[in-house]
Design a protein. Structure first.
Length: 388
């Protein structure tokens, strides 16, 4: 009797074990239904990022750096650093120092005195002062080529020979030149409803370079301004140029690739042009980024005004609400990091289209986001213990 009981108990334990094993293992062994392919939440790559093109005033530096950290940007370089010796640069550098160097600054200089005898002396001295005060580069606005009117009514050209020694001196000082030349090609076409940037031109009529200037002389064409930029890069091989807004030709990535091939002193950054770049064939854009992985840098053109107003790439007649900031960064990173197709780009007013991501390999992303900026500007991202 005892033996029979033991057998029954043994069988019961065995049966319980089989049931238990089935319950535990079945979910792992059963053929699985594919998960429904809804929109996948985007998670940005775990990489340090340096944004080489932002605009922030001294009074907003601490706020801006907080936003950058939240959005995965470890360090930013401010294109609105100001001019040395009382033109705002000292104040901005002090503000940047106060945030543990998580912001660095370009300086600006005044090109309007080019016809004066002492211009070259002024400009080269100003660059010396930029370096001494702690600027890491020189930023040149699109006004060079489109804004400085000379005494004969013409516009100061980017490749004007009088500027040669100034660009050469920037090279001698090791100050890279972030240069914005021209503007979107659509801004040089009639600002009519069929212009693809009509919304933006309607909000900012002054951004149009079509037709005649106020003095009755014609605006240069987009191509004329771009050719001046190219001749300047060619003329100063000892100076590092960082072509803003994807080399000032986001509509023509093949032109940008041709120039990167031709001029080893040229670098480009991506500020405010993901919407335009994202229209181009993603596979070819990826090839360009891989081919020039050491000379394409990450920039956004994030702008913050002294009253805290934001411009995220571009805006309408009103500044952008702060609620748009996370989307702006996410759409930007998504373009570089994923192969997603047909998603909304970061700056709606730049055009009514969607973009395709270029899925950069991890090592290319690491160069693009940080290593290239570290090499070009001779900087390093502050270690966490240095941050205040
Ligand atoms: Zn800018």
């Amino acid at each position: 009797m005892e033996g029979t009981r033991r057998i029954w108990v043994g069988l019961a334990v065995l049966a319980a074990s089989i049931v238990l094993a089935f319950v535990v293992l079945w979910p792992r062994l059963a053929p699985r239904e594919p998960a429904p392919r809804g929109p996948q939440p985007f998670v940005r790559a775990d990489l340090p990022r340096i944004d080489v093109h932002v605009h922030v005033p001294p009074s907003r530096t601490a706020d801006a750096v907080r936003i950058f950290a939240e959005q995965g940007v470890s360090l930013a370089i401010n294109a609105s650093g100001g001019e040395p010796d009382g033109g705002g640069l000292e104040e901005q550098i002090a503000a940047s120092n106060a945030v543990g160097h998580r912001m660095l600054d370009y300086c600006n200089i005044d090109w309007s005195q080019v016809e004066d005898e002492g211009f070259v002396a002024y400009a080269t001295h100003a660059l010396d002062r930029c370096r001494e005060e702690g600027a890491v580069g020189l930023k040149i606005y699109k006004a060079l080529g489109l804004g400085y009117e000379l005494s004969d009514g013409s516009l100061l050209a980017i490749d004007d020979a009088r500027l040669d020694p100034v660009f050469a001196h920037a090279g001698e000082l090791g100050l890279p030149v972030l240069i914005h030349s021209g503007d979107p090609q659509a801004f040089f076409r009639p600002p009519t409803p069929d212009n693809e940037r009509y919304a933006e031109l309607s909000a900012h009529p002054g951004w149009s370079f079509y037709g005649l200037r106020e003095n009755g002389l014609p605006w240069p064409s987009w191509q004329e301004v771009f050719d001046q930029f190219e001749r300047r890069v060619a003329r100063n091989p000892g100076t590092h140029f960082l072509g803003a807004h994807f080399g000032n030709a986001p509509e023509e990535p093949e032109t940008v690739a041709r120039m990167l091939e031709q001029y080893p002193n040229l670098y480009v950054e991506t500020a405010a042009r993901v919407p335009e770049m994202g229209r181009f064939r993603a596979s070819r854009m990826r090839e360009i980024f891989v081919r020039f992985h050491d000379r394409i840098l990450f920039g956004t053109d994030f702008q913050m005004g002294s009253r805290g107003q934001y411009v995220l790439g571009s805006s309408g007649s009103e500044p952008d609400p702060p609620s748009r900031i996370p989307f702006f960064y996410e759409a930007t990173f998504r373009y570089f990091e994923t192969g997603d197709r047909g998603f909304a780009h970061p700056t709606p007013i730049q055009g009514d289209w969607t973009i395709d991501g270029i899925a950069l390999p991890h090592d290319v992303l690491a160069d693009f986001y940080a290593h290239n900026a570290e090499r070009l500007f001779h900087i390093t991202i502050p270690a966490p213990e240095d941050r205040r």
